[in-house]
Design a protein around this ligand. Structure first.
Ligand code: NAD
Length: 506
């Protein structure tokens, strides 16, 4: 296949996707090629290429193909080890194109090349291998049966974990290729087939992934990739009766509408949604680690991380030192191109996102928050926003309640330790938290009482494919990763049989 390329000074030419969809094992044109979405480079605001804005007809084709594959004898009879092998084949292909994919991700999303190379692509390759290993390790249970009425018969009972069926994966723009694999790899490992709809803001690596999947030897229809807007392709996937499960990552509002729409067809759903995670610094913390840790917790990826430490709760005795330290780091971080090695903060994904961040900061100031660093957009063509520290933020302010999804941290002084748990939990979200202290007892006692899917002690934003990931409260439903992923993509089937003739053997 011949590809167009994009050029960025100082790095090898970046391969652009052909823009074709992966449907039924083939790379094909959409039903209506005239409907397209422009991929915009957030660093320059310029158009990279256009890709299909799919509608219901394309989703229909994708779901039918996933359904045919799921029902086929070949798929049902495939050895689990061989399903794992498909993922391993894809891991090898992604590895071969790693640098090119990392550069494409940086071009399309504005994420630093140092990060896409070291983290996003590593997560993608690791994720494929991690779930490849799971394919052959899905077991049911032997169950000791208790007949309600004792009788002269023997019962034997066991459970199987059966794949749910066709799954729809819908992903956001902050971690595009990694999220694509987070939906595709467990689905395939656990015996489901999948239709992926990546974010319209950053679909290019998913389209390239489709090209690699077409090469990797997957049975036709096992994985399908359709691009498009949430309101068209996304809702078509959610409403389709042959889609048995939606694995969604994105905003809480969209998650709520997906959950409501899923009721009609009783779809299984896992929802990985937004957060407003606290970074809690106790007076006895090692500040040489806690201060840079708190800054990295919010400013990494320009704050566009669902688990970003966006509420900074600091004990009075160290509050001023922590605020000075975090503000100094914020002011010193270098904004720039994701391809420049000196850059520490890349642009936000879109102009719209920058406007949202900026208006939330303005609302915070209007409600009485004080800006101690940042608070303005970056200069130049890109959609940068300066790392921002807001002090004197109270729990009722909009900036403290809403997810900003930008490089903005809201700080509160803690004058009484008894306030820590109520303050940390005073949010509709429950995704993550970090606690910084040298006191092991306090670390574990607090970890138990904070309402969050993940609690980090003396670190933040450390993801591990072997650990269950997800949120409580409005941060989501269900868990992905680790052994919990088995539950997310399979359902138990109870099998019970009555054996006659026990007396025949004396
Ligand atoms: P979003 O909800 O706007 O979009 C996410 C995806 O949903 C996109 O592919 C979009 O096209 C699709 N979509 C939109 N409306 C839809 C509808 N009605 N039906 C079906 N699909 C629809 O989210 P975003 O702005 O792209 O991403 C940012 C959000 O994602 C933040 O809230 C962030 O916290 C969250 N996020 C959560 C996690 C996590 O694991 N918890 C990880 C990353 C991002």
């Amino acid at each position: 296949m011949s590809h167009h390329t994009a050029s960025i000074a100082g790095i090898p030419a970046i391969t652009l996707p052909s823009g074709r969809l992966l449907l039924d094992g083939e790379l094909v044109e959409p039903c209506n090629p005239a409907r397209t979405i422009d991929a915009i480079d957030p660093t320059t605001g310029t158009r990279i290429m256009s890709f299909p804005a799919c509608g219901r007809e394309d989703v229909e084709r994708a779901v039918q193909s996933a359904h045919r594959c799921f029902e086929s004898k070949a798929w049902q009879g495939m050895r689990p080890l061989d399903r794992g092998r498909l993922l391993e084949n894809l891991a090898l292909l992604v590895e071969r194109h790693r640098d090119d994919l990392a550069a494409l991700e940086s071009l399309d999303s504005g994420k630093l090349l140092a990060v896409t190379s070291a983290i996003d692509l590593q997560f993608t390759i690791d994720g494929l291998r991690y779930f490849a290993g799971w394919a052959s390790k899905i077991n049911g249970e032997y169950v000791t049966h208790n007949p309600l009425v004792p009788e002269n018969a023997v019962y034997r009972a066991y459970t199987q974990r059966r794949p749910i069926g066709v799954t729809g994966g819908i992903t956001p723009w902050n971690f595009p290729i990694g999220q694509a694999i987070q939906k595709i790899a467990p689905a395939i490992a656990f015996g489901c087939t999948v239709v992926l709809k990546p974010s319209e803001e950053s679909s290019l690596t998913a389209l390239r992934l489709g090209e690699l999947i077409a090469e990797a030897g997957f049975p036709a229809g096992a994985v399908n990739i359709v691009t498009g807007y949430g309101a068209d392709a996304g809702t078509a996937l959610v409403e389709h009766p042959l889609v048995r499960k939606i694995a969604f990552t994105g905003s809480t509002a969209t998650g709520q509408s997906i959950l409501a729409a899923s009721a009609a067809t009783m779809k299984r759903v896992t929802l990985e949604l937004g957060g407003k995670s606290p970074t809690i610094i106790l007076a006895d913390a090692d500040l040489d680690r806690a201060i840079p840790g708190a800054a990295a917790a919010i400013f990494s990826n320009s704050g566009q991380i669902c688990t970003a430490g966006s509420r900074l709760l600091v004990e009075d005795a160290v509050y001023d030192r922590v605020m000075d330290g975090v503000a100094q780091i914020a002011s010193a971080l270098r904004l720039g191109s994701p391809f420049d090695q000196a850059t520490q903060i890349g642009p936000l994904i879109s102009m719209r996102q920058r406007e949202r961040v900026s208006s939330l900061v303005d609302a915070g100031v209007a409600e009485g928050a004080q800006i101690v660093a940042g608070g303005t957009a970056g200069e130049g063509a890109g959609w940068h926003y300066r790392p921002t520290v807001l002090a004197n933020v109270t729990p009722d302010m909009t900036v403290m309640r809403e997810e900003i999804f930008g490089p903005v941290v809201c700080a509160t002084r803690i004058t009484d330790r008894a306030q820590i748990v109520p303050l940390a939990n005073d949010t509709p979200f429950g995704l993550a938290a970090s606690i910084w202290t040298r006191n092991l007892d306090h670390a574990h006692l607090l970890a138990e009482r904070i309402e969050a899917g993940t609690v980090w002690l003396n670190t933040h934003n450390v993801l591990d494919l072997a650990m269950p990931f997800g949120g409580s409260k409005l941060s989501g439903l269900g868990r992905e990763f680790g052994s919990e992923a088995v539950h997310a993509f399979t359902e138990p089937k109870a099998v019970c049989m009555r054996l006659e003739g026990a007396d025949d053997f004396g």
